[in-house]
Write a protein that binds this ligand. Structure first.
Ligand SMILES: Cc1cc2nc3c(=O)[nH]c(=O)nc-3n(C[C@H](O)[C@H](O)[C@H](O)COP(=O)(O)OP(=O)(O)OC[C@H]3O[C@@H](n4cnc5c(N)ncnc54)[C@H](O)[C@@H]3O)c2cc1C
Ligand code: SF4
Length: 324
């Protein structure tokens, strides 16, 4: 590991000031489960000169129901979210997504903001010591195109640059299905607009912007949410594909739906065509079949990941059925 400064911020303003002072050469550290791994393996060509510790800022670790919404502080641990009785009862997609994330140790360290800001896991990108200087590191090629792409995008490359990596978060699709908002030191962003397709970016945060809170409105009467994950192993494994859904029903008919896949593209992939396939219908074998077909209609799998298309289709069906 190379040398770097470690600064304990006492307030949010101080953390923002530190980020500005380093002008893009500093990183926030929360639980450290992602950022420290990246630094130890030296996978990024521009090594951070400083880590700004935000765990020393009081008041960023909370779960509260306030003003008609659930509010979750940026530093809230994934394990606390998984176990919280209100989240389990009313926002089950989020509780289940947190429960299925990583291992107990990582859930006790990892925070909700760190999870949605984590970097991609493409094995060429993560190979230690910058072994593969790919597009995402400013190099000239994507090694996944002709290499082992079994865990890469099934919906094509990112628009600018051609990166075929996928977004690895279990929490992100749950937040999108629940129509959450992400509050930062600057603004409030809808969860579905937070994630970004870019060569070197996975979210829309500016260099000096910090996530402070997640906000989710109380679920409407008659709504239910669910999260389903497929991973190679039951514990400590990133998703091969995951899916979260929220369905609002009345007298047996679907009034509104939000369905989001993840680990299939560089950002969480909301499948509005699958939502349209069930709105106005009852949840039945036929309607969920249609939703599954619509969800993957635009899929363009690579040489080694055609199997993910079938998994995505099945998870959409199961997530909708779980909300029935
Ligand atoms: C072995 C292993 C298995 C895993 N399995 C899964 C899995 O199955 N599913 C899954 O979803 N994830 C998985 N993860 C990822 C894990 O959930 C994340 O590493 C963790 O949630 C990140 O939280 P953290 O607080 O440790 O973030 P950190 O490592 O501290 O930070 C991560 C990134 O977010 C930025 N950041 C952190 N907080 C903020 C903030 N408030 N505002 C702005 N930027 C911020 C940091 O600068 C950094 O770039 C796994 C990780 C490991 C190591
Ligand atoms: S998928 Fe993206 S991160 Fe992986 S090798 Fe290609 S450009 Fe690099």
């Amino acid at each position: 590991m190379k040398r770097f400064a470690h600064l304990n911020a006492r307030t949010l303003d101080e953390a923002v000031l530190y980020l500005r002072r380093y002008g893009g050469r500093a990183k926030i550290i929360a639980g450290g489960t992602d950022v420290l791994g990246r630094m130890k393996d030296e996978i990024v060509p521009t090594y951070p000169e400083a880590l700004i510790n935000i765990k020393t800022i009081p008041g960023l670790d909370f779960i509260e129901e306030r003003e008609g919404s659930l509010k979750i502080g940026a530093l809230t641990k994934l394990e606390d979210i998984a176990r919280h009785p209100v989240i389990k009862a009313k926002f089950s997609a989020l509780a289940e997504a947190a429960r299925r994330t990583a291992s107990p140790h990582i859930r006790e360290m990892g925070t909700i903001a760190g999870n949605i800001c984590q970097d991609i896991r493409c094995w060429y990108y993560r190979a230690p010591n910058n072994r593969f200087p790919c597009l995402r590191k400013g190099g000239g090629r994507c090694y996944a195109i002709e290499g082992d792409n079994r865990y890469h995008s099934i919906f094509g490359a990112s628009v600018d640059g051609g990166c075929l990596a996928v977004h690895p978060s279990d929490i992100a699709p749950a937040l999108i299905a629940l129509d959450a908002k992400i509050r930062t030191s600057e603004r409030k962003i809808k969860a579905e607009h937070f994630f970004e397709v870019g060569v070197c970016k996975t979210n829309v945060l500016e260099e000096d912007e910090i996530v402070t809170e997640i906000e989710i409105s109380q679920p409407p009467v008659g709504s239910k949410s669910a999260f389903i994950k497929f991973a190679a192993r039951e514990t400590i494994d990133f998703p091969v594909v995951n899916c979260a859904a929220t369905i609002v029903g009345s007298e047996g008919t679907v009034q509104a739906a939000r369905i989001c896949l993840n680990a299939v593209y560089l950002k969480p992939y909301r499948v509005t065509s699958a939502e349209q396939a069930i709105i106005g219908k009852t949840i039945s074998d036929n309607s969920v079949e249609d939703a599954g077909i619509e969800a993957v209609r635009q899929a363009k799998p690579l040489a080694r990941n055609t199997y993910m298309v079938q998994i995505a289709r099945t998870l959409v069906k199961r997530a909708v059925l779980a909300c029935g």
